[in-house]
Ligand binder design. Structure first.
Ligand code: BGC
Length: 635
């Protein structure tokens, strides 16, 4: 931040700059596009305000240096002043939502659902700080995080991006996370973005981008509440949500964007639209552009048709359908954010202190992630105190998620939909020509590399020398194995592709109220029953228990699932959520070096079709909100 400068002075500076800008320059500032669809020369020619990387979109070999070089070129182009172009630094945005997850070798933290179980706001601030440093190591300035969704139905494919089904923990995290990212706007800060405004977690049936229904009191108490501490902490940007509120799309919702967020809540930063999020307002793109601008969107995330967007917005101003005052308000806000963050004073990305810094993916950073894993695990069952396990026990480790760093990281890791990264499956199955059966769900996850992490198996092996790995558990033998650990659960997914949809696909359109404009996506599955999504898991468990060997089940998943059969077959059951790159955090707790501390921040449902939530009058779940066992009951 510019030292000792008041907000008023910053606003004045923004005003002075605004006065020098042409309409083309203003509209350019309001435009953000994807790196694949724009060159540095075009950034200058069209005065583009921001470029982003969509999920999994990465330059070169996807190393920090590739990122620094890329943003350096965009930034330099934006700063080349001449008679047609003013030097206004470009801001580069990414989805660093559980660490700087697009980049190879980054420290990957548990997804938010696990952090919710940790219920530790201080930890959240440290996670945000580490994430900010890793973002800065790649020369980037802005992350679309934290997600403040309060997910009310586990069928939603983005449930794991939510800290809790209840606003309490989300609220206690929001300000701390923003503080960790933005800090004092000094050299180790990045710009934060709370999302998705608003009601993203409340859609009917948990349909991604669907319709959230209710009254204003509910909207405020459940979905707006987490935004207060983030705004109080000075979060600089807010992303509009794909969902509708009582049938009206948030991207065109003047009341929610302007009257509530900007006027009532006095938000001074800028609102960015979600990925092509305005497209669903109308079949006419021209109309959608005018509608969303007038509703209050300030910067537009346009994946590739940015030329069209710019032309339409310009016509609207010329035709008088978007007042110039609205354009000025948007640009003033964008300039204010850039000034507040001190972007004008920063050297080019290649010359910044943290760029290419060797703390990226360092042991110190990974320690914070490992601590987060330890704190996020929830113990649901521990018959006869089978846990903690003895380090010298003869353990058979099984389950498709036992040795797969990609699966334990989940979606939004290296690729948008996440990756499979199993060395074991490579060795035992692929090379022998036998393909591993992942069950019916999401068979399409691509191969990828999570570098620098430890799988859950590797974490176990590091402390238990007599542990052996056999993914389907078929070698189980009671003379050779004292106990089994079976790591089961979901394979990676992101957004709507992670939805569980019971009915046919038409429900998507009805729920979304988008006049048939939304692409119908294939869901992850049709029910939340683990044994229907992934029957191979129970098979692996049974292969071991059938031999009279007790089994500890570790569930890797982005949400609570119906686990009746697996729970019954197990002696102990641990919910590990999507723990990220540091699998050793799991073994730290399984072997008793740390105790379990995690408590459910989501209600665990007993049966399909039930959706009990904390605070319900009639509340009969399998495990209630706040449930979690520990070794030392005093903890
Ligand atoms: C998601 C956002 C994300 C954006 C940019 C969208 O599909 O809804 O959460 O920030 O893509 O990658």
């Amino acid at each position: 931040m510019e030292q000792n400068i008041t907000d008023q002075e910053l606003q004045k500076k923004a005003e002075t700059l605004l006065k020098k800008m042409t309409l083309d320059q203003k509209i350019g500032q309001m435009t953000q596009t994807e790196r694949m669809s724009i060159t540095p020369a075009e950034v200058k020619e069209f005065h583009i305000g921001s470029v982003l990387s969509g999920g999994g979109s990465c330059p070169g070999e996807n190393r920090p240096k590739d990122w620094v070089d890329m943003n350096d070129a965009y930034w330099a182009a934006s700063m080349e002043a001449d008679e047609n172009h003013l030097a206004i630094p470009l801001i580069y945005g990414v989805d660093a939502i559980h660490g700087h997850n697009n980049v190879i070798g980054a420290t990957i933290f548990p997804h938010n659902i696990g952090l919710g179980a940790a219920n530790d706001p201080e930890l959240l601030e440290r996670i945000a700080k580490v994430t900010a440093r890793e973002i800065l190591a790649t020369g980037v300035e802005w992350t679309f995080a934290p997600t403040l969704a309060v997910a009310r139905n586990n069928q939603w494919g983005r449930t794991y991006e939510s800290y809790s089904e209840d606003p309490e923990i989300v609220q206690s995290y929001a300000g701390r996370f923003v503080k960790g990212l933005q800090g004092d706007m000094g050299v180790d800060s990045v710009v934060g973005c709370v999302k998705h405004w608003v009601g993203d977690g409340g859609t009917t049936y948990g349909i991604d981008q669907g319709d959230t229904r209710g009254n204003d009191e509910e909207l405020s108490r459940i979905h707006i509440a987490p935004y207060y501490p983030a705004l109080a902490e000075g979060v600089l940007t807010v992303m509009a949500s794909f969902n509708s509120w009582n049938g009206d799309k948030c991207h065109g919702h003047r009341y929610l964007l302007t009257d509530v967020l900007k006027n009532e809540l006095e938000f001074e930063g800028f609102i960015i639209s979600d990925w092509d999020g305005i497209d669903y307002l109308s079949e006419s793109y021209y109309e959608a552009v005018g509608w969303s601008t007038n509703a209050g969107i300030d910067m537009f995330m346009v994946s590739d048709k940015w030329r069209e967007f710019i032309a339409h917005l310009k016509s609207h101003v010329q035709n008088g359908t978007v007042p110039i005052e609205r354009i000025d308000d948007a640009v003033r806000r964008i300039l204010y954010v850039k000034l507040k963050y001190g972007l004008f004073e920063k050297p080019r990305p290649a010359d910044r202190y943290w760029s290419n810094h060797d703390s990226f993916g360092s042991k110190e950073h990974r320690e914070v992630a490992r601590e987060s894993v330890r704190k996020s695990l929830v113990l649901l069952k521990n018959e006869n105190d089978i846990l903690p396990l003895k380090k010298n026990a003869r353990i058979l480790v099984a389950g498709k998620n036992a040795d797969d760093c990609g699966h334990q990281c989940g979606g939004f890791t290296v690729a948008w939909q996440g990756v499979s990264d199993s060395k074991t499956i490579g060795r035992e199955f692929i090379e022998s020509g036998v393909s591993f059966d992942y069950g019916s769900a999401n068979a399409a996850v691509q191969k990828g590399t999570i570098e620098g992490g430890t799988s859950i198996w590797e974490g176990i092996k590091a402390v238990a020398p007599n542990a052996v790995l056999n993914l389907d558990g078929s070698v189980a033998d009671s003379d050779e194995h004292d106990v089994g650990i079976v790591v089961v659960g979901e394979t990676p997914y992101a957004e709507g592709l992670g939805d569980i949809r019971a009915g046919d696909n038409t429900i998507v359109e009805m729920g979304s109220m988008i006049k048939g404009l939304m692409k119908v996506l294939a869901p992850y599955g049709h029910s939340l029953i683990l044994n229907e999504l992934h029957p191979e898991d129970l098979r692996a468990i049974k292969n071991i228990t059938d031999k009279g060997i007790p089994v500890v089940v570790v569930l890797v998943s982005g949400r609570t699932l119906i686990i009746e059969k697996e729970l019954e077959a197990s002696s102990a059951f641990v919910a590990a959520w999507l723990p990220g790159s540091e699998g050793q955090g799991v073994s730290d707790v399984l072997f008793g070096d740390s105790d379990f501390q995690g408590k459910l921040s989501f209600t665990w449902q007993k049966k399909v079709g039930e959706n009990f939530l904390r605070g319900d009058e009639h509340y009969e779940p399998l495990f209630p909100y706040g449930y979690g066992l520990s070794y030392n009951k005093q903890v």
